[in-house]
Design a protein around this ligand. Structure first.
Ligand SMILES: *[C@@H]1O[C@H](CO)[C@@H](O)[C@H](O)[C@H]1NC(C)=O
Ligand SMILES: *[C@@H]1O[C@H](CO)[C@@H](O)[C@H](O)[C@H]1NC(C)=O
Ligand SMILES: *[C@@H]1O[C@H](CO)[C@@H](O)[C@H](O)[C@H]1NC(C)=O
Ligand SMILES: *[C@@H]1O[C@H](CO)[C@@H](O)[C@H](O)[C@H]1NC(C)=O
Length: 275
């Protein structure tokens, strides 16, 4: 599993001391882990480092109950790894972590609601380009993410954001939410405290489903901080400078879509004519 190799690489550069081989095939002394086909268990083995020589066909590496820490680790890049799930507690013991890149994996859910709990120095959390369908209750708001500045969730499969999800992020400046098929939109989904002094932008895709936001009490400050990254004719327009009518919601259909399609057709035909 790729995460193992990433962690091993990190271990090799950041942890001093001599890691032991996981499976001692030579027979000089007892192996620290029990090694079966595809599975290595180094549970409760008093390890301070990730063991070396993990066979490449390993699909499960159990390291629970040890004292492995990465006390100086500040950046952990796990992007583009086909990660489908994150083991419970995987980011515990990373007190200095500032950047965590989990983008472009295949995460469908984050089972452990405490997974980011102890990342009190985290500034950047990239979760974009996964298949996240939902977020556990309190995933950010009940963690200690008091330094988090960038939170990226775009290109996921989120249909709903639970009430209060973005509360208790006292340093957040950018929340990227665009290209999620949000269906259940309510006032609790947006930050409910006035974060206008530090929040720079909350970016989303503007669809008719967003209409309820216009009536939220938060809209007075959030309307200006919320930028539409689609549809394209209102790209980067603050929500309070536009209105669902302009995206063809309700009323008599999608005038703007029609104009947009027509403009593209005219452009293409002009290419053909000039060719
Ligand atoms: C995403 O990851 C896949 C491999 O899983 C890789 O082929 C692709 O180039 C990556 N895309 C981006 C935008 O990094
Ligand atoms: C979410 O919050 C809104 C107000 O912000 C409230 O009207 C709604 O009932 C809440 N929903 C749940 C499920 O708590
Ligand atoms: C949008 O909000 C900003 C900041 O509150 C305000 O200055 C601006 O006039 C508003 N724009 C409209 C069109 O209401
Ligand atoms: C479409 O255009 C007509 C006339 O130009 C206008 O009355 C109507 O409100 C528009 N509808 C939308 C959804 O923008």
């Amino acid at each position: 599993m790729s995460i193992v190799w990433v962690l091993l690489t990190i271990a090799a550069v950041t942890v001093e001391g001599q890691p032991q081989p996981a499976c001692d095939s030579v027979g000089d002394g007892s192996p620290v882990c029990s090694c079966g086909t595809g599975r290595i268990s180094c549970k409760d083995a008093d390890l301070t480092d990730v063991p070396t020589d993990i066979p490449p066909d390993t699909d499960t590496l159990e390291l629970s109950g040890n004292s492995i820490t990465f006390p100086r680790l500040a950046h952990l890049e796990l992007r583009s790894n086909k990660l489908a799930s994150l083991p419970t507690g995987i980011f515990d013991n990373l007190p200095r972590l500032e950047g965590l890149q989990l983008d472009n994996n295949t995460l469908e859910s984050l089972e452990d609601p405490d997974i980011f709990k102890d990342l009190q120095n985290l500034r950047v959390l990239d979760l974009q380009e996964n298949n996240l369908k939902s977020l556990p209750s309190g995933i950010f708001s009940e963690s200690n993410l008091e330094r988090l500045k960038f939170l990226s969730l775009h290109y996921n499969a989120l249909t709903e954001i639970e009430n209060g999800t973005f509360d208790n992020l006292p340093s957040v400046e950018y929340i990227y939410m665009q290209y999620n098929p949000l269906k259940k939109v309510g006032c609790g989904m947006v930050p409910t405290k006035d974060m206008s002094p530090f929040l720079e932008t909350f970016t989303i895709s503007c669809t008719c489903d967003l209409e309820p936001l216009f009536d939220c009490p938060e809209f007075a400050w959030l309307g200006y901080k919320t930028l539409c990254l689609s549809p394209i004719w209102i790209w980067r327009t603050p929500l309070n400078y536009t209105s669902p009518d302009r995206w063809g919601c309700g009323g008599s259909g999608s005038n703007h879509t029609d104009w947009f399609v027509l403009a593209i057709l005219l452009f293409l035909s002009s290419l053909f004519i000039s060719a």
